[in-house]
Design a protein around this ligand. Structure first.
Ligand SMILES: Cc1cc2nc3c(=O)[nH]c(=O)nc-3n(C[C@H](O)[C@H](O)[C@H](O)COP(=O)(O)OP(=O)(O)OC[C@H]3O[C@@H](n4cnc5c(N)ncnc54)[C@H](O)[C@@H]3O)c2cc1C
Length: 463
C-alpha cells in the first residue's frame, strides 16, 4: 500500500520558500508555492541580487580609479551609464527569477501567483490563495520583510527612496544622503561613492556598522572618509522633505542637510499583514516577527516559518536553511536544529568585511575566552602587487588548544577569502592545522595562514 503524498503549502517564493519547496519535492511531497510578487522573492528581485549586481559595477569603478597606480593610462574620465547599469541589474534579477521558476517546475512544484493567507483556527491546514483554497498537512510561512519607513520621511520613489526604488531611477544620484549606517546603508554608500555620487552617510550611532567587528567598522569608516564621503555620527534623522529637485534632511538637533536624493536604510519590518496570523493564533514578538524554534516551528502545530518574517539573522543563506529544516522536520527526516554561531556573512562595502564564528565583542564581554590576532593586509605581497593597502585578517582561537573559533577578513573579495576560516570554524581545526595548510604564493589567502602561524606563537593568556 502506498501512503498518500504529504501536502505542503508554502507562502512566499523567496529563498526561505523556494529552497524549502525543493527539499519537500525531493522528499516526495506534493508541494505548492503561493507567491505574490515573483519567485526568488525580494532577495532576487529587489534586495540581495540587485544590490550585489550594482556593487559589481562599483567594484569595477574602484579598479579603474586604482588603475593609474598600476601603470594604466585610462585617457580621461570614466563615467557610469546609469540607464545601462539599471537595465543590467533588473534584467539579471528577472533572469534569476526565471531560472528559479524553471527549477521549481522541473521538480513538479506547483506555483500559484496570489497573496496567500491562513484560513484560521476553525480550518487548520487550510490556506487561501487568491480565490483558491488549498489543504495542507504542513504550511510554511516565508513572506519576507519590508523596508521600515521613518514617520517623517515618506518615500516618493523619485527623490526620497527605499533601496527597492533605486533601480527605477534614470540617473545616478549626484548628491546622495544615505540615512542609516547598518549593513544596507554602508553597502549603498560605498557603492554610490565609487560610482561617482557625492555621498553623505547619516548614522545615529557613534560609528558606522555599530553591530559589526569594531576594528572592521572603524577601518571602513576611515576608508569612506579618506575617499571623500561625509560621515555624520550621532546624527539621527527626524524628517526628509522634497523641494522640487532636491531633498532636505532635518536632524534631531535641528541641523539640515541638502542633497539631490535621500536613501532610507533604517531596517525592516515583517511582511505578514493579511496573512491571518492573529486568527490562526501564531505568536509574534514585540516587533511583529513570527516566533519560531530552531526547527522553524511556530506556536501552531503544523505551521512553520522561515526567513525574514521570523527576524532571525536576515540573510538569504539563513532563510534557505530555516526553510529546508522546516521541511525535513515536517516530513519526518532527521534534522539538526538551526545553529547561528557558524554563519558566515559579508558586508559588501569596498573593501568587503566578512565574518564568521565568535566575535571579538563576545571575547571582550567575557562570554568566550580566546586569543585574538589581527594581521594588516598591507604587508601581504599580493596586496602590494595589486596596489591594495586597506584591510586585515583577524583570527580568534581558543586559549589552550588553539581551536579556530572565529575570524574577520577585510579585503576585496573577503566574501571568498572567509571560506578557509569558515571551514576551520565548522570543522574545529586548530590554528596549527590552518598554519600547516598550503596557501598559494602570492595570494591574499596567504594572510589567513600567516595569521594562523602568528597565533601559534601566542602565549596562552587563560588558565
Ligand atoms: C539591500 C539588501 C541586500 C541584501 N544582501 C544580502 C546578501 O548579500 N546576502 C544575503 O545572504 N542576504 C542579503 N540580504 C538579505 C536577504 O535578501 C533576505 O534575508 C532574504 O530575501 C530573505 O528571504 P525570504 O525568503 O525570507 O524573503 P523574501 O526574499 O522577501 O521573499 C518573500 C516572498 O514572499 C512573497 N510574499 C509576501 N507576502 C506574501 C503573501 N501573503 N502571499 C504570498 N506571497 C507573499 C513576496 O512577494 C516575496 O516573493 C539583503 C537584504 C537587503 C535589503
Amino acid at each position: 500500500m502506498t501512503l498518500p503524498r504529504q501536502k505542503i503549502v508554502i507562502l512566499g517564493g523567496g529563498p526561505g520558500g523556494y529552497e524549502a519547496a525543493l527539499v519537500a519535492a525531493q522528499l516526495g511531497a506534493d508541494v505548492t508555492v503561493v507567491d505574490s510578487d515573483g519567485l526568488g522573492g525580494a532577495c532576487v528581485l529587489t534586495d540581495c541580487v540587485p544590490s550585489k549586481t550594482l556593487i559589481e559595477t562599483s567594484n569595477a569603478m574602484t579598479l579603474v580609479d586604482r588603475s593609474a597606480g598600476l601603470g594604466i593610462a585610462t585617457g580621461g574620465l570614466t563615467t557610469v551609464n546609469a540607464a545601462r547599469l539599471y537595465e543590467r541589474i533588473t534584467g539579471l534579477a528577472r533572469a534569476q527569477s526565471s531560472d528559479i521558476t524553471a527549477r521549481l517546475a522541473a521538480e513538479n512544484v506547483k506555483v500559484i501567483t496570489a497573496k496567500g493567507s491562513l484560513a484560521g483556527p476553525q480550518n487548520p491546514g487550510l490556506v487561501r490563495a487568491g480565490d483558491k483554497q488549498l489543504r495542507a498537512d504542513a504550511i510554511l510561512i516565508a513572506t519576507g520583510a519590508l523596508p521600515r519607513i521613518l514617520p517623517g520621511a515618506q518615500p516618493d520613489g523619485e527623490r526620497i527612496l527605499t533601496w527597492r526604488q533605486l533601480y527605477d531611477l534614470t540617473e545616478l544620484p549626484p548628491d546622495l544622503i544615505v540615512i542609516g549606517s547598518g549593513v544596507t546603508g554602508a553597502e549603498f554608500a560605498s557603492a554610490y561613492q565609487a560610482l561617482g555620487s557625492r555621498v553623505t552617510l547619516v548614522s545615529s550611532r557613534d560609528r558606522v556598522l555599530p553591530h559589526e567587528d569594531e576594528d572592521a567598522a572603524n577601518h571602513i569608516e576611515e576608508v569612506f572618509r579618506r575617499r571623500g564621503m561625509t560621515v555624520l555620527g550621532r546624527s539621527r534623522a527626524r524628517s526628509v522633505r522634497r523641494d522640487g529637485g532636491s531633498v532636505t534632511v532635518t536632524l534631531d538637533d535641528g541641523r539640515t542637510l541638502t542633497g539631490s536624493h535621500c536613501l532610507l536604510t533604517v531596517g525592516m519590518i515583517p511582511r505578514t499583514e493579511g496573512c491571518g496570523l492573529d486568527d490562526a493564533g501564531i505568536k509574534v514578538d514585540a516587533r511583529g516577527f513570527i516566533e519560531v524554534d530552531r526547527v522553524s516551528r511556530t506556536s501552531v502545530p503544523g505551521v512553520y516559518a522561515a526567513g525574514d518574517c521570523t527576524g532571525v539573522l536576515m540573510l538569504a543563506s539563513v532563510a534557505a536553511m530555516q526553510g529546508r529544516i522546516a521541511m525535513w522536520h515536517a516530513l519526518g527526516e532527521a534534522v539538526s536544529p538551526l545553529r547561528l554561531d557558524h554563519v558566515a556573512a559579508t558586508i559588501f562595502t569596498d573593501p568587503e568585511i566578512a565574518t564568521v564564528g565568535v566575535s571579538q565583542r563576545a571575547v571582550a564581554a567575557g562570554e568566550v575566552a580566546a586569543r585574538v590576532l589581527k594581521l594588516p593586509l598591507a604587508t601581504n605581497p599580493r596586496a602590494k602587487m595589486a596596489g591594495l593597502s586597506d584591510g586585515f585578517v583577524k583570527l580568534l582561537a581558543s586559549p589552550r588548544a588553539g581551536v579556530v573559533l572565529g575570524g574577520v577578513v577585510v579585503a576585496p573579495r573577503a566574501s571568498e577569502l572567509i571560506l578557509a576560516v569558515s571551514v576551520a570554524v565548522e570543522q574545529r581545526l586548530t590554528v596549527e592545522q590552518l598554519a600547516h595548510t598550503f596557501a598559494v604564493y602570492p595570494s591574499l589567502s596567504g594572510s589567513v595562514t600567516e595569521a594562523a602561524r602568528k597565533l601559534m606563537d601566542f602565549t596562552p593568556d587563560a588558565p
